[in-house]
Design a protein around this ligand. Structure first.
Ligand code: FE2
Length: 295
């Protein structure tokens, strides 16, 4: 087995993997792909052209494919993870009846599942039908953004805790929410995490994004300004990779060290992507040893 080659797409985030479909499906490079994924935040494989079953195969080679029913949609119905772990991300109500009411939130910088005790590790995403115009996906490295901060600020941020909520994730982009939808949003847990995640890989990252509602114990105005400033810092061009999709692409991102967002697209184009999610493998752990989370 030769070494897997990867080509950096930007300085801080994103690498393109030079791997053929057969090698990808064989699983023999899974450990290498995981290593590049955690080092680079996003990996892109051009020309993979994999179907749903192959997407499951690749996902299972990389981690614990999320199956089944995990959360509730905006209408109170169960939003599942799709067919055996492959979710169709589409605005067509016959394909995905809940997605339309969550789409606006996907235009904001976010990580997936921050209301979960152990957020998902990674997401695999491949186009089934691309938008006629728009629909690029942006990724921002919360590893590099934290690493570049001044040391005293890193120390200060490492003492803070942040509360993530579903209303925060969605309300900024969905002012037309109905009272019933708002009640459903509020039924999701408010999850408190360390603001800085010390990963078992040794990396550290900021636990921010649209769902980051407030800093625990901080004055609301100060909290708002801090989270806004960190988001602006982390989403500067130098920490961002913008992926322009081509047919057959497979993109995989490390949800624990990268935020993502979709850019506006032609809604009439019936854009449809297929997604597989890998379950999280570690809780968000604080940097400082004596920093204990209170319930
Ligand atoms: Fe997402």
């Amino acid at each position: 087995m030769s070494e897997l080659r990867h080509i950096p797409l930007t300085r801080h985030i994103g690498s393109q993997l030079e791997i053929g479909r057969d090698a990808l499906l064989s699983g023999e490079y899974a450990a290498d792909i995981r290593r590049v994924l955690v080092e680079r935040g996003v990996v892109v494989i051009r020309g993979a052209h994999i179907d749903d079953q192959q997407l499951r195969t690749v996902a299972r080679s990389l981690g614990d494919l999320r199956l089944g029913l995990s959360k509730r949609g905006a209408d109170g119905a169960t939003l599942n993870e799709g067919d055996e772990g492959v979710l169709k991300v589409s605005l067509d109500p016959e394909i995905n009846p809940q997605y339309a009411r969550f789409l606006p939130g996907n235009h904001l910088w976010h990580m997936d599942g921050p209301y979960e005790e152990i957020p998902p590790f990674a997401t695999l995403f491949t186009p089934y039908r691309m938008a006629n115009t728009g629909g690029d996906t942006m990724f921002a490295s919360t590893y590099a953004a934290f690493e570049d901060l001044p040391e005293d600020e890193k120390d200060f941020l490492s003492t803070l805790r942040v509360v993530h909520t579903m209303p925060a994730a969605l309300f900024a982009s969905m002012r037309d929410v109905t009272p019933a939808e708002f009640a459903v949003w509020h039924s999701y847990p408010q999850r408190i995490h360390p603001l800085v995640w010390h990963h078992k890989s040794g990396h550290k990252s900021l636990v921010i994004g649209a769902a980051a509602a407030w800093i625990d114990g901080m004055h609301p105005a100060e909290s708002h300004d801090l989270l806004e400033r960190l988001t602006r810092h982390a989403t500067q061009d130098k920490y961002v990779y913008r992926h322009k999709w081509k047919a057959g692409d497979l993109a995989i991102w490390d949800n624990t060290g990268a935020m993502h967002r979709v850019l506006a697209f032609d809604l009439a184009s019936k854009r449809e992507y297929h997604r597989a999610t890998l379950n999280g493998e570690e809780p968000i752990t604080a940097v400082t040893k004596d920093f204990a989370l209170q319930p």
